[in-house]
Ligand binder design. Structure first.
Ligand SMILES: NC(=O)c1ccc[n+]([C@@H]2O[C@H](COP(=O)([O-])OP(=O)(O)OC[C@H]3O[C@@H](n4cnc5c(N)ncnc54)[C@H](O)[C@@H]3O)[C@@H](O)[C@H]2O)c1
Ligand SMILES: [Zn+2]
Length: 348
């Protein structure tokens, strides 16, 4: 799960298959990754591999119905504990594959091949699996480390620019919480410019993976709080995302998080008088985010979003708690924030 175990070029997967000779192999994907990514993988896999393409794309695939369909297919096909599932796709496919593998026969090996930037820098890293319940995202899941992860930046060539920008938001988050913001503007450019080389992309992705792995390794099952830092930008971000889902508005997770980080930075900047933080650095980071991540066009009034803020699963005793920064690289978790502070930041 950590950078040194990452296989940028898929070789480790082939060696692992050669060494362990799994009884069955199934690649789980959606129709986009079947079209754009599978052709790179198929020639490398043994002939008895099976290919399971999910019938839907995006968030709806993370449902108990799709998990059940996969469990049933695996069972009928005779998958056993020496079989392996390979998740080839964005965060939705890797979350579903990991969840199904971690629960089928009490857990069989799985290998993740993220094909979106968000998947490479975030979703496939950290050992969380999950599906959604009608009532909310990722309500059902397990903590389970994959046997391996292969990150191949070539897959990003077919990724739509909007998805690339959404993944960039999580990368920016990693740089902000780790304090590595000197490179913020430059790496956002690398990801968002046409024709960035696989090497350039690979370096930036590895940096992000290293940062996420650092926060995760200290708090694998989210018990001692350090992992909470990764929620920077996600309280307001999730509120906007949940509102958008309910209202059928088209806002991607990364777009909501990019906006949520701007809200969190503004609130953070307003706290510096009391926490001794560095307002100048926070505002500098804010202006880089503003320049690279324009706010979604359909943001409702703060009054409409506030009830969603109060539903966040990280709240305590009904009070809204956010991750703030006193400066880049120095996070403060569980800071209580009231409606007026939120409203002022949204409207600023
Ligand atoms: N487990 C975790 O720790 C964790 C962390 C962050 C996010 N997530 C989850 O990740 C999910 C979001 O992931 P995502 O943004 O990758 O979304 P996604 O899986 O829906 O992928 C986005 C879109 O890109 C398409 N696509 C994927 N790879 C492609 C490629 N190479 N070329 C062309 N199209 C491609 C997909 O088919 C989809 O339409 C959410 O469900 C979120 O909860 C999980
Ligand atoms: Zn996120």
């Amino acid at each position: 799960m950590f950078p040194e175990d990452l296989d940028l070029q898929l070789h480790d997967l082939l060696h692992w298959i050669d060494a362990t000779r799994p009884t069955r192999i199934a690649v789980i994907m959606d129709r986009n990754t079947e079209k754009h990514c599978l052709p790179l993988l198929t020639p490398l896999l043994p002939p008895h591999s099976e290919f399971l393409c999910m019938s839907v794309v995006g968030e709806p695939v993370k449902s108990i119905e799709h998990a059940l369909a996969l469990w049933t297919q695996l069972d009928h096909a005779g998958f056993d504990r020496n079989s392996v599932l390979i998740g080839l796709g964005g965060g939705t496919i890797t979350d579903l594959t990991a969840f199904v593998a971690s629960t089928y026969l009490r857990g069989i090996p799985f290998w993740l091949i993220p094909t979106t930037l968000l998947g490479m820098v975030d979703a496939a890293i950290g050992g969380k699996t999950g599906i959604n319940l009608a009532g909310g995202k990722n309500r059902i899941g397990t903590f389970q480390t994959p046997t391996g992860i292969s990150i191949n930046p070539h897959f990003l060539q077919s990724l739509p620019h909007r998805q690339m920008a959404a993944g960039c938001a999580e990368h920016a988050k990693h740089l902000l919480i780790s304090g590595a913001i000197d490179g913020l503007e430059e790496t956002l450019n690398t990801f968002l410019k046409e024709g960035a080389s696989a090497e350039e992309l690979g370096d930036a992705i590895l940096q992000s993976v290293g940062i996420k792995a650092h926060f995760v390794s200290e708090d694998l099952t989210e018990r001692n709080g350090i992992r909470k830092t990764l929620n920077f930008g996600h309280t307001a971000g999730h509120a906007l995302e949940s509102w958008a889902m309910e209202e059928n508005q088209d806002i991607l997770h990364g777009e909501a998080v990019a906006w949520g980080m701007q809200v969190a930075l503004k609130i953070s900047a307003s706290f510096t008088a009391e926490d001794g933080g560095d307002q100048g650095e926070l505002l500098k980071a804010l202006s880089v985010l503003k320049a690279n991540f324009p706010a979604p066009t359909s943001i409702p009034e703060p009054e409409v979003l506030w009830p969603w803020m109060t539903k966040d699963k990280k709240n305590h005793g009904g009070k809204v708690q956010m991750v703030l920064l006193s400066q880049p690289g120095k996070a403060r978790c569980d800071v209580q924030v009231n409606f007026e502070q939120f409203r002022d930041a949204v409207l600023a």
